[in-house]
Design a protein around this ligand. Sequence first.
Ligand code: AHR
Length: 492
Amino acid sequence: MSRLTLSSAPSGSVIDPGIYGHFAEHLGRCIYEGLWVGPGSSIPNTHGLRNDVVAALKALKVPVLRWPGGCFADEYHWKDGIGPQPERKRMVNTHWGGLVEDNSFGTHEFLLLCEMIGCEPYVNGNVGSGTVQEMSEWVEYMTFDGDSPMARLRRDHGRDKPWNVRYFGVGNESWGCGGNMRPEAYADEYRKFQTFVRNYGENKVYRIACGAAVDDYRWTEVLMRDAAKYMDGLTLHHYAWEPRWNEKETATGFSRGSWFRLLASAQRMDELITRHKAIMDQHDPDKRISMIVDEWGAWHKEEKGTNPGFLYQQNSIRDALVAGMTLNIFHKHSDRVRMANLAQMVNVLQSVVLTDKEKMLLTPTYHVLRMFQGHQGARNVVVDLEKEDLPESPGLPRFSASASLDSHGTLRLSLCHLDPDKEATLSVELPSGTSMAKAKGEVLTGSTMDSHNTFAKPNEVKPTAFSAFHMDGKHLSVKMPARSVVVLTFEA
Ligand code: AHR
């Protein structure tokens, strides 16, 4: 039986709600169809934004949404996306399917979406093919309250008051699709561009520099060495995929080996954060600069019959485990990781919502984020999980766990069980004084390794009440079903 001990000392860091952030790019059917259908659509909408999807996202308590990319960010010119929609410039989305982008979703539409969902915007600026002036003017357009050329232009387009836009990214994947730069070159570009990202009035911009791809530790080293004092956040991108980049397996109907390989790839996030964090700690021991994992999730082969450039994939109980274990990793590192953005919100990669014309479904990943919601803003409780690997996959732990204590005194424990076939019991030592009186549980599992929701059967995988836990002497014993995510709450 595996053992888990929760620390009694309330010394953990606060889990920034930003860790539960999302990402929406002009890619495939994420923005168009998924979020935006236009005011003339027969699909119920408010000012062009889908009512069903917005309601689902509101219920998820999304804290922050990153836009417009991704790779798209470095070819996006924001002025093409303002003004009367029919007159907006059309462009080719060269990264994603070569489609014509009509720019009907632009700055105003994005910021309205954030207002409707109730989240903070995180705007990613264009370094790769943009100019310093263009970036500077975008910030002025969105956030300046006085009389200036950009504030006037905004007013001409119907918005009097500026928006609050705190998070601003200066380039995306500048080592790749954002310009193929060396870290030294990007560090200089970053220093220059961010100089002209101004604070207007009360709007204090949180400047985010492009960080490393996966295990490029040199990138982090150079950025921290040469540009740390100019940034508030440094990003990291890591996707879980297998077995090889050009031969990925599909989201459902995958082989047994694929189950383990994908979860091991997701588990790697722990090592990556630990090592990048160690470099950041050397340059920034007070942890002023946040690590922002602004792209993460499972990346599978696109669904049969769909445009490969659209990155549309199903989402199974295995992806729910990827989400649960990754969030547990973020909680553990919440002293440094203060924002993370799941890629991507709707219809692209590991989405929380899938749509098919007027239909919408919630994925197993959605349910995990909803089940974990109570961790947002709570204090991380340090957990000590005795290491027990899955026999078929040495190095991959059987369980993943994290815990937090919120301001009402509720202790919340989130557990993932990665065994694809068998149930197993976990023995948990709770902090002394934890009350069982109002203990509650919720579980998400599926009948097969790739159980998922379809438009015909949208509730195949959904959370249910969980009661397979009891006090066993001074230990809590939890009987975890195979392939499951469980959240237990202990109200004070
Ligand atoms: O999320 C899909 C793509 O993955 C993003 O556009 C890019 O930043 C990353 O490579």
